[in-house]
Design a binder for this molecule. Structure first.
Ligand SMILES: Cc1cc2nc3c(=O)[nH]c(=O)nc-3n(C[C@H](O)[C@H](O)[C@H](O)COP(=O)(O)OP(=O)(O)OC[C@H]3O[C@@H](n4cnc5c(N)ncnc54)[C@H](O)[C@@H]3O)c2cc1C
Length: 553
């Protein structure tokens, strides 16, 4: 749905097929990282999305406890949504977190997006329809779909994108397999997991005694469980290891687990539950063939620790949307869409590996037998473990992973400068082409102020820094010749030059820098042809022959 909205913004019509009649009603991911929020901002939706899920003043803290009514081991303070918005609105001009990370369950987001796609004239919805056949020729893709009530339709389109999840029909039809690590058993969040939507009335007032948080991480010698607050009232997402027989437990059994985790006998309703595989780090060998592409879980499967799965999928959509639009609208070169895989597959490998290592760190935490005891040994065990947990923050916020994805080595990125180091925790803003445009607020702190991202065009944007910066007329003339949309933004020298280091910065429609310089290059037409994918791609991606430990379909 995000891809359909991004394409609609760029004037490309789409049809969205989904087997389900409506959006997923089961809670899954809750983390929309800063980069995802920037994509929502590009769609003009980030403020509305910030209203979803938990109340604005509900703390987004992570609380480690032996039971909900038991001992508190550690609290990672993450502020409330309202506090984060205030901090972003009053931050300095070169503050990089323009859209702070949001916790709002995907279940609420999908409902909201469903309403949004329903309002776009350029998006046709086929919910309740299963795609059952795909064939492609040099000019188009033919797609067959069947509705639940037995109707069949055939559609022809320029391109098809399989955003159809881990069991992707599109990926299998293309004969593309995943490689990487399948569920390696560690003590927690790896192998078969249960997640359940549960309703427990009055929990904040009773067992929690007002200790509001976003995530309750329950650790004791009998059980490990995660409880995520969904609406700040009675709804929670519960996750724990599934029993070895892997069938769904009876509701009565789940209720019993919850009572152990809560520590008091309160009425519990199990709204729904599902089994899934944690601990995987799988990436498709290829992200498409010809006119058919994969995005999201169909291209990569994550362990949920770190909340990177959906976020990486949305970043795929941002990379792909402008390339599809440029190809449909005739200014994208014939090699532009090939760069989708070249740019996104290494990011998928990077992010799946990061999520897997977070899962192992989390799973490998030892739980002492005396942890929940009211003895001296129990006190010592809690101080010890609490100290360790307090430092374990990378899974809840990692700006380096979120904002630091780079496309170095891509044939449509022009750079001779070394990229900044890839630090998962800290984001290093850099104008070396390949990375996200470092952020700049345009104007003094106030809640409605404009970000440089709001000023970028729907095509390419040339940013000129300082009064004597060259280039506007030359870039505009060359881009007109290539029918390439190009906006120009003029910035005064301070503080933009410190941030961008060059007088000219060429930004792609997905906000990544394509080129930088101080003077208009001699072969400007050649430069623009290259960044639009018109030049031949000679390098075959080095990762293609396999970084795999295992292959699975
Ligand atoms: C418990 C849990 C917690 C998670 N937490 C996070 C988190 O905090 N942050 C995060 O970023 N990610 C998280 N994730 C991962 C996230 O949920 C997925 O990465 C994300 O939903 C993938 O989106 P997608 O659109 O690629 O695939 P899906 O959400 O799986 O959607 C695929 C859709 O395709 C449809 N479909 C399939 N086959 C067909 C067909 N033949 N025809 C038509 N339609 C079809 C399906 O009905 C489905 O709606 C979590 C996942 C789980 C299970």
């Amino acid at each position: 749905m995000v891809l359909a909205l991004l394409l609609d913004r760029l004037g490309v019509e789409t049809v969205v097929f989904n087997t389900e009649q409506t959006t997923n009603r089961r809670p899954r991911g809750s983390t929309h990282n800063s980069r995802t929020m920037e994509h929502y901002r590009m769609l003009g939706l980030s403020s509305k999305i910030r209203q979803l899920g938990l109340p604005l003043c509900h703390p987004r803290d992570v609380l480690y406890l032996t039971r909900l009514n038991g001992y508190e081991l550690a609290r990672i303070s993450m502020g409330s949504e309202r506090e984060r918005q205030q901090a972003a609105a009053t931050a300095g001009e070169t503050e990089q977190i323009v859209e702070p990370l949001l916790r709002a369950n995907q279940m609420y987001l999908e409902r909201f997006l469903f309403e949004q796609v329903g309002m776009r004239r350029g998006v046709t919805l086929r919910f309740g329809w299963q795609v059952s056949g795909l064939e492609q020729s040099a000019d188009c893709v033919t797609l067959r779909a069947e509705s639940a009530d037995g109707h069949a339709e055939q559609w022809a389109a320029g391109y098809v994108i399989g955003c159809d999840g881990g069991q992707s029909f599109v990926r299998r039809t293309l004969g593309i397999s995943y490689s990487g690590e399948t569920a390696q058993r560690s003590a927690f969040m790896a192998g078969r997991m249960i997640s359940a939507h549960v309703r427990v009335q009055g929990l904040y007032a009773s067992a929690l005694r007002g200790r509001e948080a976003w995530l309750y991480n329950i650790l004791n010698p009998k059980l490990r469980m995660l409880l995520f607050s969904l609406d700040g009232k009675a709804d929670f997402l519960m996750m724990m290891n599934a029993a070895a027989d892997t069938s769904l437990p009876e509701n009565a059994q789940l209720t019993e687990y919850l009572r152990v985790a809560i520590g008091v006998n309160v009425p519990v309703t199990i709204v729904g539950q599902q089994i899934w595989n944690g601990g995987v780090a799988l990436v498709a060998h290829s992200f498409g063939r010809g006119r058919i592409f994969l995005a999201g879980d169909s291209a990569h499967l994550f362990s949920p620790t770190g909340g990177l799965g959906m976020n990486t999928g949305i970043d795929d959509a941002a990379n792909l949307a402008w390339k599809l639009a440029a190809s449909v609208q005739g200014w994208g070169g014939e090699n532009l869409l090939r760069t989708y895989e070249i740019e996104r597959r290494p990011v998928a490998v990077r992010n799946t590996v990061a999520a897997r290592s977070l899962t192992h760190r989390l799973g490998d935490i030892g739980i002492p037998n005396e942890l929940d005891d009211s003895t001296e040994e129990g006190v010592a065990a809690r101080i010890n473990l609490g100290g360790l947990l307090q430092k374990f923050t990378g899974q809840f916020s990692a700006p380096g992973i979120e904002l630091g994805a780079r496309y170095d080595g891509s044939p449509i990125i022009l750079s001779h400068d070394p990229p900044p180091s890839d630090d998962p925790v800290n984001y290093n803003p850099s104008s070396v082409p390949g990375g996200r445009l470092p952020h700049l607020w345009m104007g003094p702190p106030n809640p409605g102020r404009c970000s440089i991202f709001d000023r970028l065009g729907r095509g390419f944007t040339l940013i000129r820094i300082g009064d004597i910066a060259p280039g506007a007329a030359a870039f505009q003339a060359a881009s007109r010749t290539l029918r390439m949309p190009m906006e120009v933004i003029n910035l005064s020298k301070v503080p933009a030059f410190d941030l961008y280091q060059r007088r000219l910065i060429l930004v792609r429609p997905d906000q990544h820098i394509a080129w930088r310089g101080d003077a208009v290059p001699d072969d400007l037409q050649g430069l623009l042809s290259t960044v639009a994918g018109c030049e031949r791609i000679s390098n075959s991606p080095s990762w293609f022959d396999g970084d795999s430990k295992s292959v699975c379909t």
